[in-house]
Design a protein around this ligand. Structure first.
Ligand SMILES: Cc1cc2nc3c(=O)[nH]c(=O)nc-3n(C[C@H](O)[C@H](O)[C@H](O)COP(=O)(O)OP(=O)(O)OC[C@H]3O[C@@H](n4cnc5c(N)ncnc54)[C@H](O)[C@@H]3O)c2cc1C
Length: 425
């Protein structure tokens, strides 16, 4: 009998399992695929260590993952990003992503800088919870804001929420993130050693504390007893556990939940709308690009980084590796993904040509799910399913449940809540 069984070895499942194992709970982590990491999985290819597309840590060393590492007695070293750049019509500007950036940028003139400052200050005065149902554009409309600043708001929403559509993105979610970025003075960082470090360190915490990880082990269903959760069926066997934490993507979680005869899960666990997109990783010969911050194109919205400039150990000597993401709205993903991929490659190729760099290889990536729940008004965090279910011992984590933030922070935040609940009980 395990004290906890975690279904899924992505960042959400690894977070829950490492917290529980470190606190002495005998835990079993089940992962259906042969590797850990889920949508943050990392591959090694010809001397390159490649994340699954652009992967940053919001708020750098103050982010939730470094905090979780402290809780499991480890330190996650994070490199802060350097100056970010905005590319519009072949021009390169300093991207104003914070107050200092607004003052320094060559993208805005003096009057526009003042307007942008005033706008950010007025946003910061708002209570984030009260604005969760407000689309960003509705808040801006009465202010008669110049197009250039509207474009900047689109970029900020794209960067922080991965939703550049400001008519859908939740202002409250955005305010929550901007407030944290201002409080910590850091927008984003990158883990030393890449996301491989995060996965490896959480894995070793689980194993070193006497808990277990089973790869290629798919949970078929969850079994309930008289007073709550009883265990998980894998193959033809029942593995018993006092607590079961579903840490899969939402499609699989809903499949598992629908089988449970308790209340109306169909009603409660409605499928969220994810963010989707296409991406490319590029291996570059030579070390000609010295950018250390975010690289952003406004229309179509693209964000990228030269990953190896943040950690040179991720590439063989004499090479660089860059990664770029173009978000697509969920409704358009199927019909638009191929054209978006072509457009992404064309824009980045043109930009690289101007820098006279040699492309060694390109890896094309299609993302039917980037973040499990897009932080849009119809499904802001308060409208999403709670990580603590009405069934005793049954929990749900992942980047689509009811926890504030975006991307992996939702999953890590949910796993922290689940850990506290299990510890208290
Ligand atoms: C291109 C891209 C860029 C991103 N950038 C960032 C970023 O910069 N910052 C950030 O914080 N986040 C980012 N994210 C989001 C981040 O990757 C996810 O939020 C996070 O990885 C989700 O983790 P998860 O555990 O919720 O789910 P997943 O990663 O989907 O993990 C679920 C796991 O469950 C396993 N599983 C499924 N069904 C079963 C079953 N029945 N039995 C056993 N195992 C099962 C799956 O194989 C998988 O390993 C990005 C995502 C993408 C795709």
């Amino acid at each position: 009998m395990y004290e906890a069984i975690v279904i899924g070895g992505g960042i959400g499942g690894l977070s829950a399992a490492s917290l529980l194992s470190n606190a002495g709970f005998k835990t079993l982590l089940l992962e259906k695929s042969p590797v850990l990491g889920g949508r943050a999985k990392v591959i090694d290819r010809n001397g390159f260590t490649l994340d699954y597309g652009i992967h940053l840590i919001r708020f750098g060393e103050y982010g939730l993952l470094p905090r979780l590492f402290k809780k499991i007695g480890k330190k996650l070293d994070v490199v802060r990003l350097g100056e970010s750049k905005l590319f519009i019509n072949q021009n390169e500007y300093m991207l104003p992503v914070n107050m200092e950036g607004i003052l320094k940028t060559d993208y805005l003139n003096k009057e526009e800088k003042q307007l942008t400052m005033d706008l950010l200050l007025s946003i910061l005065r708002e209570n984030s919870d009260n604005q969760l149902d407000t689309p960003i554009s509705r808040y801006l409309e009465p202010m008669d804001i110049p197009q250039k600043i509207m474009r900047l708001m689109r970029i900020i929403s794209g960067l922080l929420l991965v939703v550049p559509e400001i008519d859908k993105a939740s202002l409250g979610e955005l305010i929550g993130l901007i407030k944290k970025a201002v409080e910590y003075g850091v927008g984003a960082g990158y883990p030393v050693g890449g996301w491989k470090t995060i996965i490896k360190e959480m894995e070793s915490t689980i194993i070193d504390n006497g808990s277990e990880i089973r790869l290629k082990s798919k949970a078929k269903s969850i079994v309930l007893g008289d007073s709550g959760v009883k265990g998980v069926i894998v193959g033809n066997s029942l593995i018993t556990g006092e607590n079961v934490i579903i840490a899969t993507d939402f499609n699989e979680a809903i499949r598992l939940l629908i089988q449970i005869k308790h209340g109306n899960f169909r009603e409660i666990y409605k499928k969220p709308v994810p963010t989707t997109g296409v991406g490319i990783d590029i291996g570059l010969k030579g070390e000609k690009l010295d950018y250390k911050g975010l690289l952003v194109w406004e229309n179509p919205f693209i964000m990228g980084i030269i990953t190896s400039n943040l950690d040179p150990n991720l590439v063989p000597d004499g090479f660089q590796y860059a990664t770029f993401l173009m978000p697509i709205t969920f409704e358009r993903y199927s019909e638009a993904k191929d054209a978006s991929m072509n457009s992404l490659i064309e824009i980045i190729n043109r930009w690289l040509e101007r820098h006279n760099v040699t492309i060694e290889w390109i890896r094309k990536l299609y993302f039917p799910i980037v973040d499990g729940a897009a932080p849009i008004i119809s499904q802001h965090w308060k409208k999403r399913v709670s990580p603590i279910t009405p069934i005793r011992g049954l929990y749900i984590t992942g980047d689509w449940v009811g926890s504030a933030g975006a991307g992996s922070d939702i999953a890590v935040g949910a796993s922290l809540k689940i850990f506290s609940d299990i510890q208290e009980k």
